[in-house]
Design a protein around this ligand. Structure first.
Ligand SMILES: [Zn+2]
Length: 169
């Protein structure tokens, strides 16, 4: 399940994720569990936490009161921290969705002032368009410091990367 909110009424149109699988990381030792966590926003910026399977540190997950970035803070001396804007990592920000809409010739962001992007439809459009190219799906490279992304975001990144074609790589 992916819930992606959009708002085009602000000074800058924007999107943000309100329900999405995320990867997690321990900022103390760098351990990255290979299991997704469901992110559904926060209560006043508090998302949750976990105990690191690598070093045993307690890691607190925070956000900007349901807005990016999502921050991982380890409760060890120095309070090391890692943060991610998942809208960017997952290429679900306004610019990427607009570009994906042009590539698929589909309005992926509804014309309303605000509301939700139908991620399932967007993924289907991107995968359908990529299939029509008749080229193999190319695994998308991930941003610096990101070792894996859960499905269905992996499929979305791969479809977009395939659609972008060799010219833009
Ligand atoms: Zn750790």
């Amino acid at each position: 399940m992916v819930r992606l909110y959009f708002n085009r009424t602000g000074r800058q149109p924007s999107t943000w994720l309100l329900d999405v699988p995320i990867f997690t990381v321990c900022p103390a030792c760098g351990f990255v569990p290979h299991e997704a966590r469901r992110y559904v926003g926060s209560r006043y910026g508090h998302v949750g936490g976990f105990t690191c399977g690598g070093c045993g540190a307690r890691v607190t997950i925070l956000d900007g009161d349901c807005r990016p970035p999502v921050r991982f803070v380890a409760d060890v001396p120095g309070k090391p921290e890692r943060s991610f804007v998942f809208e960017d990592v997952y290429r679900l920000n306004w610019a990427d969705l607009t570009r994906a809409g042009a590539l698929t010739r589909t309005a992926l962001i509804p014309p309303d002032e605000k509301g939700y992007v139908d991620f399932g439809a967007a993924l289907a459009a991107a995968q359908g368009e990529a299939a029509q190219l008749g080229v193999p799906v190319v695994p998308a490279p991930l941003p610096e410091g990101v070792s894996w992304v859960p499905e269905p975001l992996r499929a979305w990144l791969d479809a977009l990367f395939t659609l972008d074609g060799p010219a833009t790589r």
